[in-house]
Design a protein around this ligand. Structure first.
Ligand code: TYD
Length: 215
């Protein structure tokens, strides 16, 4: 099939730590595979071998990392990931389900670290040569509930998760504000709902995209 005859689909999932993104990514993958699609499920940071090394530095480095260095590390991970894995998969007509993308940098490095959000977005757009998602699912959850979930899971907190509540409040607000500005790209779901209800909302939103001409 030619590129024009079959278009891939690029879906990103965003939200704070503990909101339930990974569960939704897994459920979405199951559904897409059942629909007969070829799926690449991936994540940032750490979707490539290079990215796994970057992930280790950015999440677990013991020394201090400056805000701008942190922003550049996420952008470097993203550049490698999009060029070598994601763009080729989309060009083959596959469905890419990706845990976190540019909006995470705008929310965490922009609003969280208080860098200029539009500069952060531009940096990532340069890194990815402007690849935009067809749909972004924001799993929104109150930051206190999200923290309780992480505590219950007894996960070792990484550098970002260990940030104060105020940081996570700014991150959540930033995600919601991006979603308000781009309603056609976003589906915002309430992360407090049962996982299967959330996944039904996601399927309902994706169904027309999947049946559009060429897909
Ligand atoms: P993630 O892999 O979702 O965390 P986990 O596997 O521990 O649930 O993301 C790792 C952390 O990186 C998360 O706290 C958010 C942060 N992050 C940024 O700060 N900026 C970014 O651009 C991305 C992609 C993630």
């Amino acid at each position: 099939m030619t590129d024009l005859a079959k278009r891939g689909l690029f879906v990103t999932i965003e939200g704070g730590d503990g909101a339930g993104k990974s569960t939704q990514a897994a459920l979405l993958e199951e559904w897409m595979v059942a629909e007969g699609r070829t799926v690449l499920r991936t994540r940032e940071p750490g979707g490539t071998d290079f990215g796994l090394e970057v992930r280790e530095i950015v999440l677990h480095s013991r020394g201090h990392i400056t805000d701008r260095a942190e922003a550049l590390l996420y952008a470097a991970d993203r550049a490698q990931h999009i060029a070598t894995k994601v763009r080729p998969a989309i060009e083959r007509g596959e469905v890419v389900i990706q845990d976190r993308y540019i909006d995470s940098s705008v929310a965490y490095q922009g609003a969280g670290r208080v860098l200029d959000g539009s500069e952060i977005r531009r940096l990532s757009e340069w890194a990815t040569e402007g690849l935009a998602p067809d749909l972004t699912i924001l799993v929104d959850l109150d930051e206190d509930l999200a923290r309780d979930r992480l505590n219950i899971a007894q996960k070792r907190f990484d550098r970002l998760e260990a940030e104060k509540d105020d940081f996570h409040r700014r991150v959540r607000e930033s995600f919601l504000s991006i979603a308000r500005k781009e309603p056609e790209r976003f589906l915002v779901v309430d992360g407090a709902l049962p996982p299967l209800e959330i996944s039904a909302l996601i399927r309902a939103r994706l169904a027309p995209l999947l049946s559009s001409p060429g897909r």
